[in-house]
Design a protein around this ligand. Sequence first.
Ligand SMILES: [Fe+2]
Length: 480
Amino acid sequence: MKNFKRILSVVLCVCLLASTAVSFAGAEDAATGTTPTRLSVTVNGDTSASRGFCWYTAEEADTKIEIFGVPASEYTVEDVVCEEWEGNWMHKLVVTGLKAGIPYSFRVGDGTNWSDWGTFVTDNGDDKVSFINIADVQAGDYEGFMKGADTLAGAFRTLPGADFVSNCGDFTNDSTNEEWDAYDKAFGAMNSHYTLVPVSGNHDGLGVEYWFNNMFALDTTESVQVKDGVNYSFDYGNAHFAVLNTNDLLSVSLAQLKWLKNDMNSTDKDWKIVFFHKSPYSLGKDAKWPDALYLQESLVRTLDDCNVDFAFSGHDHQYIRTKPIAGNKLNEDGTTYVLSGTAGGKRYEIRPFLEGHFLKEDFVDKIVIQREGVGFESEDYIGGCFETVEINGDTLTLKTYIVADADGKITQVDEYVVTKELGENEITFTGDNTTSEAEYALGVIPSFLCLAAYAIANWLPRFFIMLPELLYSVIEYDVF
Ligand SMILES: [Fe+2]
């Protein structure tokens, strides 16, 4: 059986590389008729037994899946969706009842017109998990998306056996049909060969309601709302992962913080990792606004309470890894915050005026700027950024890389290894963690009041104290 799995893994790897080559050569434009496009495979429930699938067709078509070599009687297809959305037809389904630790090959379609064969591997139940993390491709055209696709292809060359890919948000710039088709054209062949963990960015949710939830087949059972993003969680290896939606009432609602606390207290997995878009600790363009700073109070306090090891975010298009932090102070038992850097071509300079005001200097353990300008130093690199994370029992290894624009050369720019005592996390919550519409609605005004009160009492005074340095930055560097 081991040899069979090895052989199948090699075959799948060859398929992935071949697909990547097709992607680089320029895949077909968005298809017409009933040919599936924009196909994604996502986590959905038990990662050892199920996956979610979402795709689009230009015309109405049946919603079916075929798993190579596996009779349909040996798995269950659930939650089938076929709906018109923004001029195309959205298809979703969830496959459950799969076997653990098996590489599967699949295709989706209407029974006549099928996608190409895609692949995924279910979790085998051991104490290992590895993943690739990217963020902020945020492109508006094919050339822009190809920068992100080049970065992801570089990540797969670096960690070909990754269990999943997390994308910390801002998939596109405006979430239009044209942009998602360009995204699909650039990434398409790769996208059907890995399990995705998508995170909603502000460009995926704010002002473009329901787009994010309609692009991916996610388990939204416990999501506090699905209008501008989704929150969900899953286990993989000996780790528990939660995905947050920082579009929720401009930042993060009280309902979502309650969900996160309950969710993190309902697991005894050894590692706890959280993904979200907006960053509480950053020196980027958007770190100066109240919604970002508010996360240092709201979200960070909740992560402190839940024994979270790592938090991956995006939004500010530069790479920053903090030292472990708890209670907004350095604490070796606290959470390490990783601002992912952008996988795409839109990159931010440093905002030096933020240092000492919104981000304490000694919090930063590693920073990499991806473009020339303020803060760029000789050891920085011009290119797309990705991280690899490998958990093996009691050890987590984070490595960060830049894929150079000039020649595609991949350079490692950071490495951080953490070991921890196992068996420390306990299950202290076993109740229902869903949020009713009424409960969410009742929390809207208190959530806004908390954000507003923080903005007035905390953000505003600190912003005014910072203002002279901000103005100097505008005059001296033309950086706001
Ligand atoms: Fe963003």
